[in-house]
Design a binder for this molecule. Structure first.
Ligand code: E4P
Length: 217
């Protein structure tokens, strides 16, 4: 399973990239707004830090606008994936970008039918938002399992990119289902590497070592 970081925060991107954990990045207009500053500069810098796929989202809602924006975003780097919304215009743009050899991530997916259509339109990634489904009392992870089964039935090449992840158990469940990618907010990735027994164990090792040193004096 690939791990993407779901952020526009350069410090977090550098931190986890230095640990060798990141296969890519997803951004969206809200994540860029959270960081402030010049979004264009931030997007360009991210594509330079990260070798893997970097999803950059269009904000136009019509086909022509999406195509125009997408072509501009693609200039930031070879690794840019154009993120389009799961709308009729978004699917049309997905088909056109794909025909040009530009990879697409179809975002804001909330049903198996939407995932099927994104795959048919040639998307490289489909992004089901599991946390937002959980928020409204639906089972986000059940959607991942359904899409996985459907894509396997027909050997669809589109990768399932699990988005709107809220906690580390989402990651474990997505991995058990066999999702291709999870995109994680930095705090979720941070929680994945922690365990209280690791901290306690390390503390005890260091205390015992210290005692041994004291005894030798
Ligand atoms: C995915 O690409 C989105 O950026 C993201 O996962 C949305 O998550 P949220 O529901 O926490 O905003």
């Amino acid at each position: 399973m690939k791990i993407f970081l779901d952020t526009a925060n350069l410090q977090s991107i550098k931190q986890y990239n230095d640990m060798g954990l990141l296969d890519g990045i997803t951004t969206n207009p809200s994540l860029l707004a959270k960081e402030g500053g010049d979004p264009q500069k931030a997007m360009e810098e991210i594509t330079k830090i990260i070798k893997g796929d970097v999803s950059l989202e269009v904000v136009a809602t019509d086909y022509a606008g999406m195509m125009d924006e997408g072509h501009k975003l693609k200039k930031y780097g070879e690794n840019v994936v154009i993120k389009v919304p799961m709308t009729a215009d978004g699917l049309r743009a997905c088909k056109s970008f794909t025909a040009e050899g530009i990879p697409v991530n179809v975002t804001l997916v909330f049903s198996p039918n939407q995932a099927i259509l994104a795959a048919k339109a040639g998307a490289k990634y489909v992004s089901p938002f599991i946390g937002r489904l959980d928020d409204v009392g639906q089972d986000g992870m059940a959607l991942i399992a359904e899409i996985k089964q459907i894509f396997s039935n027909y050997n669809f090449k589109t990768q399932i990119l699990v988005a709107s992840v809220r906690h580390p158990m989402h990651v474990v469940e997505a991995a058990k289902i066999g999702a291709d990618v999870v995109t994680l907010p930095p705090d979720v990735l941070g929680k994945m590497l922690k365990h209280p027994l690791t901290d306690n164990g390390l503390k005890a090792f260091l205390a015992d070592w210290d005692k041994l040193q004291q005894g030798q004096k």
